[in-house]
Design a binder for this molecule. Structure first.
Ligand SMILES: C[S@@+](CC[C@H](N)C(=O)[O-])C[C@H]1O[C@@H](n2cnc3c(N)ncnc32)[C@H](O)[C@@H]1O
Length: 191
């Protein structure tokens, strides 16, 4: 299987797919620091590039991947449909894209106002981590997938796995995520 990790961060999933026997794994991230961390993690076993999804992925050929993963990245993008179209282009006809993002109800519960608002937010996490991301209702998330040529094959609202209870049960987020949706993930196929 040929796998692409878009916005690979420090390369956790690049390493995971390699360890699971993927024939070829390519990762990229807009942050040079993240791309370098990913390279350090996987060495010469995978190609890792510094690339911003705001630009076409013109160094990747049409139909060259069986699976693409974009984990917790899409809400950072201004042109989400453009980036999704590029991922659609590089997927084989029977390929799939797995996307995860903030659960729209979580952003709404935290920020208030109208659930239907589409806006870019800026927050500071953990005292010094400046984060910019988009909030939007679920219908807009799904419309953007369709505009980019994808169909939703599966939707998952993940909860913490029981195996994590031993090491994370003291973390308030662990209990919160058992009852409140934090994230949402989709498996998309070409429409
Ligand atoms: C929350 S991290 C997730 C990293 C990785 N996917 C994971 O799950 O471990 C978000 C990543 O998206 C990257 N990113 C944000 N905007 C991007 C863009 N326009 N193009 C490519 N990567 C981007 C960030 O640099 C960061 O590494």
């Amino acid at each position: 299987m040929r796998v692409l990790d878009a916005g690979c961060g420090p390369g956790f999933y690049v390493a995971e797919f390699l360890d699971r026997g993927a024939a070829e794994v390519v990762g990229f991230d807009a942050s040079p620091t993240m791309a370098e961390l990913a390279r350090q993690r996987v060495g010469s076993r995978a190609r890792v590039e510094c690339h911003d999804l705001a630009r076409p992925i013109d160094w990747l050929a049409d139909g060259s991947f069986d699976l693409a993963v974009m984990a917790l990245v899409i809400h950072h993008l201004d042109d989400r449909v453009g980036a999704l179209r590029e991922l659609n282009r590089v997927l084989a006809p029977d390929g799939a894209l797995v996307v995860s993002t903030h659960h729209p109800t979580n952003d709404w519960l935290r920020k208030g106002g109208s659930y239907f608002t589409v806006e870019r937010l800026e927050e500071v996490w953990k005292g010094s981590w400046h984060v910019r991301f988009w909030r939007m209702p679920l219908s807009v998330v799904c419309d953007e997938f369709r505009a980019a040529g994808f169909l939703i094959e599966r939707l998952v609202e993940p909860q913490p796995v029981l195996e994590a209870a031993g090491s994370h049960s003291a973390d308030p987020t662990f209990g919160e995520l058992q009852t409140t949706p934090g994230f949402i993930a989709f498996r998309l196929v070409k429409g």
